[in-house]
Design a protein around this ligand. Structure first.
Ligand code: DI6
Ligand code: FE
Length: 401
């Protein structure tokens, strides 16, 4: 059945036209979960003009938001570590003392699927409540084959329990678990063997790793990426977050969908990413939480023409953040993205970071009818407010919910 939305400005977020792809007094029609018309209400074709419309009363219409980097499936929390860090310990010191990712690993291993799912849904519901219609979810707190696979099963279950599209990433190369003292052996026995298995069970949409002094080197990651590409899976990378470890250049060399964090990139990295079409996923929640002085070199990314996305990085350690709207505000105020860049970063470019640029991320004919209606009149309002959620209505594949 055809449905029609009229009566407000439509920020299509499509490139090439007005800022935000904005259409004053716009109209959006959709049928069977796909968009069939976007344009000025005055230009509606006669066949659509007869449909009884939903009038949004002047409210802003945008694509559903896309959170392209999250770790929402995990056990426990890290409030105690937060206290330690506020008493002076650094994130890396906590990690080296067996806290950090390994403390979440213990809690995640100890939790069954139902417990992990229930905890994840609290966070997912907060994101859905802000108009998120697609989100990425990583493994990376199991650090053995069974528990990594358990995490991705839970990630898939989210999409059965809630009206949201879930894209999974295999992040077994997140930290070295205590039962291994050699990275090479862990990579062979868990990261690669587990990837083969998880992929054969249909649980993996992409492969990620943490390229960092406290995690895996760019040589380690190259071996993981080789396997991913041989399985036909796209890759992405946690790169240059705490030091310049070569991750951004590696990601570009492998044609990665995205390189994420990037607080320590240089201009050569930005140029390599631009040539490869690798999206820069900026995660201001982590920078904020770690009170990191270094910020991603947005000017270099911008002038090289790298597409920038913004995500929550929702995780229990470095970014316990379940608000993509707050991430947008932080991206503007901490990283100096323009409000338009920030909003493009949570729609069109976030979709590209997930390899879904043809399906979601803009309001264009043929794409999924993932639509958000907001109690504001201008797109910049979604970025400038702090701790304010103006979502009015959300459609996922054409259905309210
Ligand atoms: N970088 C991050 O910011 C998260 N993972 C990563 O590789 C942090 C994960 C955590 O501290 O639990
Ligand atoms: Fe992350």
């Amino acid at each position: 059945m055809d449905r029609l939305i009229v009566g407000g400005p439509v920020a299509t977020m499509a490139p090439g036209g007005a800022r935000y792809g904005l259409i004053e007094d716009g109209a959006v029609a959709h049928r069977d979960g796909r968009i069939t018309f976007v344009g000025r209400r005055a230009d509606l074709p006669a066949a659509l003009a007869d449909i009884p419309p939903t009038d949004v009363g002047g409210r802003l219409v945008t694509p559903g938001l896309v959170d392209c980097h999250t770790h929402v499936v995990f056990g426990g929390n890290r409030a105690a570590e937060f206290e330690m860090r506020l008493e002076g310990a650094s994130y890396e010191e906590v990690a080296r003392a067996g806290g950090g990712i390994l403390s979440t690993m213990r809690a995640t291993r100890a939790a069954d699927e139902a417990t992990l799912l229930e905890a994840a849904l609290w966070r997912v519901d907060a994101l859905i409540g802000e108009g998120v219609t697609t989100m990425e979810v990583k493994s990376g707190y199991g650090l053995n084959i069974a528990d990594e696979i358990k995490m991705l099963r839970v990630a898939r279950r989210i999409a059965e329990e809630r009206p949201v599209r879930i894209v999974t990433s295999w992040l077994a190369a997140h930290a070295l678990p205590p039962e291994y003292d050699e990275r090479a052996r862990y990579i062979e026995e868990v990261v690669l063997a587990g990837l083969d298995r998880a992929h054969s069970e249909g649980l993996v949409d992409a492969v990620d790793a943490f390229c960092e002094g406290i995690a895996f080197s760019s040589d380690d990651v190259a071996g993981v990426f080789d396997r991913a590409l041989s399985l036909g899976l796209p890759v992405k990378l946690h790169a240059e977050q705490l030091s310049h470890a070569g991750g951004a250049a590696l990601a570009a060399r492998y044609g990665a969908l995205s390189a994420d964090h990037l607080e320590f990139i240089d201009e050569a990295d930005a140029a390599a990413m631009a040539r490869a079409g690798t999206v820069a996923v900026l995660l201001p929640g982590a920078c904020y939480t770690l009170r990191q002085a270094e910020k991603p070199n947005v000017a270099a990314l911008r002038s090289a023409g790298v597409r920038m996305a913004v995500a929550t990085d929702c995780n229990p350690g470095s970014s316990p953040l379940t608000s993509l709207l707050l991430a947008l505000n932080m991206a503007a105020t901490l990283f100096r993205l323009t409000p338009e860049e920030a909003l493009v970063g949570a729609t069109r470019h976030a979709a590209a970071a997930l390899g879904l640029g043809d399906e979601i991320g803009t309001l264009e004919v043929g794409k999924c009818a993932d639509i958000a209606v907001w109690n504001v009149t201008a797109p910049a309002e979604l970025v400038y407010r702090i701790g304010f959620n103006p979502l009015d209505t959300r459609l996922f594949a054409g259905h309210p919910g």
